[in-house]
Design a binder for this molecule. Structure first.
Ligand code: CMC
Length: 454
């Protein structure tokens, strides 16, 4: 990949040595200081837990301007994509770099449809879980297990196999998520119907039963498409970085996506949508908005207002605005204008956005704040919220995995650390350790008593 380097930063070290570090230009957003030679030249590592100032890779897929609240996929705004595109177009865009024409779209959809079925034995595999297992637990295990069923995808040095495995994962995720849900209900699984679109198929596999088919509703299909698009990618978030990190060692894509699902599950990431809805439910059952806001502001309380705040956005998350509008539209069109959750969410948002704590820390609603209400309106149970997020984000995960694998400069991800543990010390034989511990304890107690007397 050609990188533009026009400027350098000079750093003076304590031994009078000076080193120069190049600044690589970005097409949008901050340029980056290239510290790759820093350790070799200076003997220092950089220290940045949580990656507050660290770019972990080069990517051409997604750009976020957190200050202005802008999100672009391959240069297109999320607002335009959510308004005009369907999920398959966005999937193609993320994977291949441009929007498809009619022929390309048809071919892509055909390829995805071809892979929607799961190996029949996967059904038995899913039945091995407890009935009350969270769908995300089933998904972590089942997606990892795909690598045992599709061994031909192991050779991803072959570009065709690489593409097939990305299609397979995108195609099978709705089937896995829906089957995990069906299993939790004790209902028979519904096989994919390839006459339907991606969004319709997912809804049908989730909600149909052998005795009652699912009838698509264009309002719901449009909302589902929007929901999938809004969650499709978000540059180097925790789960995508996990997929890249796992993949950097050459692990197979199914295993990498399973790692991504595990990371997404956490309440600070994709698990937040479920947590937001739980909060709205508590408020509906008479808990006070004020109490949630006060807890979130209390420095002694680890509680965070779920669906608020973001590492990158210091402005309104553009996905949250689209999601809020989608909630209004869907509820209106379904004749459920007076949905209590939307009213509570709007009040909660209003209370937070007018509170000095949230204003000062630039905490705004993120994508998860309104997505739960939309999922509720579409009929999804709480336990499926993060699973739906995982289905959508799979497209981003595989696009990043593919970009990383195809980068000729790829290296295994291997961060360094600031070590603050013991210095080198002598090994103590097992039988002498207790004696030594007793002596140390006795000495400490004598010293303590001495202090207390004086
Ligand atoms: N409620 C109350 N205080 C908050 C919140 C919140 N939701 N979010 C951040 N803060 C405070 C935080 O305590 C910190 O205060 P101080 O500077 O006094 O220590 C300050 O704001 C900066 O926050 P941070 O935790 O250092 O920010 P971060 O970038 O490490 O974390 C976050 C970002 C999303 C994990 C965090 O805002 C959070 O936990 N939010 C609630 C969970 C949530 O909604 N997650 C979904 C994120 S968007 C979708 C996704 O990526 O999956």
């Amino acid at each position: 990949m050609d990188k533009k380097v026009n400027k350098k930063i000079e750093i003076s070290l304590s031994n009078n040595k000076k080193i120069q570090l190049p600044i690589i230009e970005s097409t949008e957003g901050p340029d980056v200081l290239d510290v790759r030679a820093l350790y070799k030249e200076s003997g220092y590592f950089t220290f940045d837990p949580g990656y507050l100032s660290t770019g972990s890779c080069e990517s051409k897929i997604t750009f976020i301007d957190g200050g202005k609240g802008i999100l672009l996929h391959r240069g297109y705004t999320i607002e335009d994509l959510a308004k005009h595109a369907d999920f398959m177009e966005v999937a193609y865009l993320l994977l291949h770099g441009d929007l498809p024409n009619i022929k390309e779209k048809e071919k892509f959809e055909k390829n995805i449809r071809y892979h929607t079925m799961l190996h029949e034995q996967m059904k038995t595999f899913i039945q091995g879980f407890r009935r009350d297992a969270h769908p995300m637990a089933v998904m972590v295990g089942t997606v990892g297990a795909l690598s045992a069923f599709y061994r031909d995808s192991e050779d991803f040095s072959n570009s065709r196999q690489r593409l097939i495995s990305t299609h397979r994962i995108i195609a099978k995720m709705p089937t896995i998520a829906a089957w995990a849900y069906k299993y939790s209900l004790g209902q028979p699984v519904i096989y994919p119907n390839n006459k339907l679109t991606y969004a319709e198929n997912f809804m049908r596999m989730t909600f149909a039963t052998p005795c009652e088919d699912y009838v698509s509703n264009p309002v719901i299909t449009k909302a589902m498409n929007q929901l999938l698009i809004l969650h499709a990618d978000h540059e180097q978030n925790a789960s995508t970085s996990t997929v890249r990190l796992a993949g950097s060692s050459g692990a197979n894509p199914f295993a990498c996506v399973a790692a991504g699902i595990a990371s997404l599950w956490g309440p600070a990431h994709g698990g937040a949508n479920e947590a937001v809805m739980n909060m709205l439910l508590k408020i509906k059952r008479n808990a006070k908005i004020k109490d949630f806001i006060n807890r979130a502001k209390d420095p002694e309380d680890p509680f965070k207002l779920m669906g608020f705040g973001h590492r990158v956005y210091k402005n309104y998350d553009p996905r949250a605005s689209v999601m809020r509008d989608a909630c209004h539209n869907v509820l209106n069109e379904l004749g459920r204008k007076n949905n209590p959750f939307l009213a509570i969410a709007l009040d909660l948002e209003d209370a937070a956005l007018n509170d000095s704590y949230f204003i000062k820390k630039k905490l705004y609603p993120n994508v998860d704040f309104y997505s739960g209400i939309l999922l509720w309106a579409l009929g999804f149970p709480l336990s499926m919220y993060t699973a739906v997020f995982a289905v959508a984000r799979t497209v981003g995960w595989v696009a990043h995995w593919k970009e990383m694998i195809e980068d000729p400069t790829r290296k295994i991800s291997r961060p360094r650390q600031l070590y603050t543990g013991h210095k080198k010390r002598d090994y103590i034989e097992l039988d002498k350790r207790q004696k030594r511990k007793s002596i140390i304890k006795a000495i400490s107690s004598i010293i303590k008593k001495g202090y207390q007397k004086s």
